[in-house]
Write a protein that binds this ligand. Sequence first.
Ligand SMILES: [Zn+2]
Length: 146
Amino acid sequence: MSNTETGQFPVTKSDDEWRRELSPEEYHVLREAGTERPYTGEYWDSHTEGTYSCRACGAELFTSKEKFDSHCGWPSFWAPLAEGTVRYLRDGTLGMERIEVRCANCNSHLGHVFEGEGYETPTDQRYCINSVSLTLKDAEQPKDAE
Ligand SMILES: [Zn+2]
């Protein structure tokens, strides 16, 4: 899969740079749109309060306030941290129409978003995100910048 969109994003790196900076599993998910096996990730059942940022570039993407128990085996959120932190792409692989979710800052793959599944959340959307695409910053740890 060639990436013809290189250059449009605040954080742009070559494949070689990503390979050096990310573990093989992180590279596979973030840069090759892979999927971690369900119930194996670090955060699928985490209830720790905090902010989830992009494992590739550090942009803040989701918070524990919008995380909910979907029991699907991946961390699930009903909304991103803010409009514009993620971008959406049509994904027709696997013979079905899905919406891919990527980091708007570095264009790394995060997961998919599904709608209308009947979850009791404010949006009835499920951002089904790979743990390996995220880093959780614990809310109880003091932030450097403040
Ligand atoms: Zn990113």
